[in-house]
Write a protein that binds this ligand. Structure first.
Ligand SMILES: CC(C)(COP(=O)(O)OP(=O)(O)OC[C@H]1O[C@@H](n2cnc3c(N)ncnc32)[C@H](O)[C@@H]1OP(=O)(O)O)[C@@H](O)C(=O)NCCC(=O)NCCSC(=O)c1cc(O)c2ccccc2c1O
Length: 148
């Protein structure tokens, strides 16, 4: 699939870290979930809150692979990046990563998300408006740097 990429800068705070001042590993998963929300809101032009609260569409994770390569410390600002590996029928596979201020790769991960009905908690086809927005973003020529 196309290699369009969404990037956002995130300050690493006290609450992200263990007593050693190093980011605690589950926090990466929280940050990567926020990255998906930011991608919806700021790159796809879709409100993630509306998807969940109005449309009652869920996007739970069903598969995760993660490599932790270098530590990240409190006080650093890191870049979180996202690209679409595969847009399936009911699933969306995303490659996400975290890089340090000097561009060192800290974490790489691949996650598979599934569109669900929040009424039934069963898988559903990707809603057409979401599919169209992702396809439009994939075919656009400029990588998105989130500046919010
Ligand atoms: C999500 C499920 C209900 C899916 O059930 P099932 O796997 O039976 O569905 P299908 O067989 O139809 O498959 C759909 C689709 O997904 C692909 N797939 C399924 N499993 C995997 C896998 N392990 N690895 C790779 N791919 C998989 C499959 O190939 C199909 O792809 P197509 O593109 O071909 O259609 C069920 O799996 C389930 O309920 N799982 C538990 C999910 C869970 O509890 N996750 C962890 C916590 S939830 C969470 O973190 C979460 C995060 C959010 O951001 C949310 C946002 C909004 C609402 C809720 C959120 C949320 O709960």
């Amino acid at each position: 699939m196309a290699s369009e990429r969404f990037v956002t800068q995130v300050p690493i705070r006290f609450a992200h870290c263990d007593p050693a001042g190093i980011i605690f590993f589950p926090q990466y998963l929280v940050l990567f979930n926020g990255l998906v929300e930011d991608w919806f809101n700021n790159a796809l032009g879709l409100s993630y809150a509306d998807m969940v609260q109005k449309d009652r569409v869920g996007l739970p994770i069903v598969h995760l692979e993660c490599d932790f390569r270098t530590i990240t410390r409190m006080g650093e600002t890191v870049a979180l990046g996202l690209s679409v590996a595969k847009l399936g029928n009911r699933s969306l596979t995303l490659d996400v990563d975290c890089t340090g201020p000097e561009g060192q790769l800290r974490v790489t991960a691949q996650k598979v998300l599934v569109f669900t009905s929040l009424q039934t908690h069963q898988a559903i086809s990707a809603p057409p408006a979401i599919r169209r927005a992702i396809e439009r973003w994939l075919s656009s020529s400029n990588p998105t740097e989130n500046r919010s």
